[in-house]
Structures are given as structure tokens and as C-alpha cells.
Design a protein around this ligand. Sequence first.
Ligand code: AMP
Ligand code: TRP
Length: 346
Amino acid sequence: MADAVQTPQASFKPRIFSGIQPSGGLTLGNYLGALKRFVEKQDEGIETIYCLVDMHAITVWQEPERLRQQTREGAAAFIAAGIDPKRSILFNQSQVSAHAELGWIFNCIARMGWMSRMTQFKDKAGKNSENVSLGLFAYPSLMAADILTYHATMVPVGEDQKQHLELCRDIAIKFNNDYGVNFFPVVEPLIEGAATRVMSLRDGTKKMSKSDPSDQSRINLTDDADAIAQKIRKAKTDPEALPSEEKGLEGRPEAENLVGIYAGLSGTSKDAVLKQFGGGQFSGFKAALVDLAVEKLAPIADEMRRLLADPSHIDAILGEGAARADAIAAPIMREVKDIVGFVRSR
Ligand code: AMP
Ligand code: TRP
């Protein structure tokens, strides 16, 4: 793969893009790894574009009515968490045709070998790689199109998306080289904070995921205070007391995860959390974590319920966001078509 290049390139103005799949309800992992940081970036005053990537979601089977519901639920979660649809652009991917168009062009730039090395594809396909959709294989190429059709320069994501963003850089570099242009920015991944990889509450070596069969493994953004408290109290731990320094968490994935969640929710570091709770038993720490999680998450669930009572309002927000997104993407797509050599006569 191509070597790293200095980013962002001087000629591109700072712009943030990120996406979340509406393939299930959002989890605490999505919140700490992505949503909470999306809000921070918006509040820093950077131009921010956030997308519910429904076209990525259908790379594995989605029941149409559930997909619609989950897309609205995802939008409600963004807004409830603090995304202001006036300051940020919030929309669903399939309403802006540039994603699919550029995705195809990038399918002709990316190489089979690059895609075959993607660990997320290998994990999702498992032993079944002959029988998964072609879309699942091409997934990272569509993701590159999502970002680059806006000339976005920075992409906040959780740790698991790092390899996909490296591929996005490789696609931009290859496109620029093949056509002899400096057209696409080489994006910068923003993987920051104490909780870039939130793990399952039942197994500290597995990522917390909306697709895990066990609901006890995750906190859903729709969980009420009782459910949050019950899941944290039952979360797997080990018999040792909490260490007072971060290096004492080595080899203790469940302890590390809970400390990371506390740090993520309170906006501090794991070290700061251990200074406060180090030496104490898990029961006391868990009680504090329950209070913190309920304080931060329960209002989001309440606001989501309120928003979801009026789906047409959510649809109107997504439509308006899509129109604003399209106004940025369409002129960039026209230039792409000229660069590639497509005749454009209307
Ligand atoms: P997905 O749900 O796979 O569409 O992921 C949407 C965003 O949430 C991406 O930026 C992911 O990296 C992030 N994310 C998902 N699960 C986790 C997790 N367990 N910990 C941290 N970030 C996560
Ligand atoms: N692949 C991302 C995930 O599953 C979702 C995504 C799609 C995305 N397009 C994107 C994230 C563009 C950032 C930028 O988490």
C-alpha cells in the first residue's frame, strides 16, 4: 500500500465527515467511540457532516421496515446526543446519489488485494466468504466515497475503523496519481479519547456491538435507568481490587474496559479515574459508574423517545440535511466525471 503522506493537505479546508450504520440500535460503544466526539467536533465550530449509512447497512440483509425504523432511531440518537441539525449536516446516505456514483468509480481504483486484507471483511465473512454479498467486499470503497465526495479532511471514528481509513487514504492517493491531479484530500483519522474501543460487558476481549446476540453484553442508547444499572452491576469483573495506575490494568480486560467507560463518560483519562478509585473494591466503583452512566445516558434515551414520537419531523430533518449535503457533493462529482473522462452534456 502507498506510504503515508502529510495531512491534511494545505489546499483543503477543514471539514469533518463520519457515518454510523443503521443496522441495529446504537450502543454505548457507538456513543463513546463516535457520537460523543461528533458533538464535540461540532461544538468546536468545524464544519461537520454526519450520515446514517443505510447503503452500508444492506451489505448484510436488513428487513426493510426495520431498516427504516433504525435509520430514524439513529437520527434521533444523533440529535438527542447533541447534534444540532442546523449547525451540522445530518442525513441518510441513500438520499444523496454521489455516494453510489463515486463508490463505483472507486471500485475501479481500489484493488482486489487491498480489499482482501480488510480484517472487518474477514471477520464478517468468516468461513462463508463465497456466499457473502459483493457489497460487503466493496464496503470500504463506498466508505471512501462517503468521505471524499465532500472533500472531508478529518474523520472521527472508533479504533475498529482505522484500517478502512488507511484504505481511504490509499484510494485518494491512487486516484490522484492515476489521473495526475491533486483532487482528493488524504484524510486524517481522528481516533481519540479514553474509549476508542469499548468492549462487551460479558467478555472484555470482544468489542461491544449492536449485533452481539446477548443484550447483556451492551448498553443500548435506548436502555432506561434500571436496565443500565442492572447491566453494569452484572458486568464481568475479576476478584482483584482496582490498581492505582493504568499499567496495573494490563491483562485485566474487563477492569480496563469499565475504567475506560468511566473515563469516556466523564471526559477524563483512565489514570485520573484510577487516582480516584484505585485500591478500592469493584462494588464501590461499579456503584459510581452506574450513577455516572445513568446521569449521562438516561436523558439521551428520554429525548430519543420524545423525538421518535414524531417520525415525520425526523424525516424532514434528514431530507433537509440531504439537500445541503447534495449541494456540496454534486459540484465535486461533476469535476470527478470530467477528470475521469465521462461526457457530460446536461
Ligand atoms: P458502526 O456501528 O459499526 O456503524 O460504527 C459506527 C461508529 O461507532 C464507528 O466510528 C465505530 O468505530 C464506532 N464504534 C462502534 N462500536 C464501537 C465500540 N465498541 N467502541 C468504540 N467505538 C465503536
Ligand atoms: N464503516 C463505518 C462503521 O461501520 C461506518 C461508515 C461508513 C463510516 N462510511 C463512513 C465511518 C465514513 C466514517 C466515515 O463503523
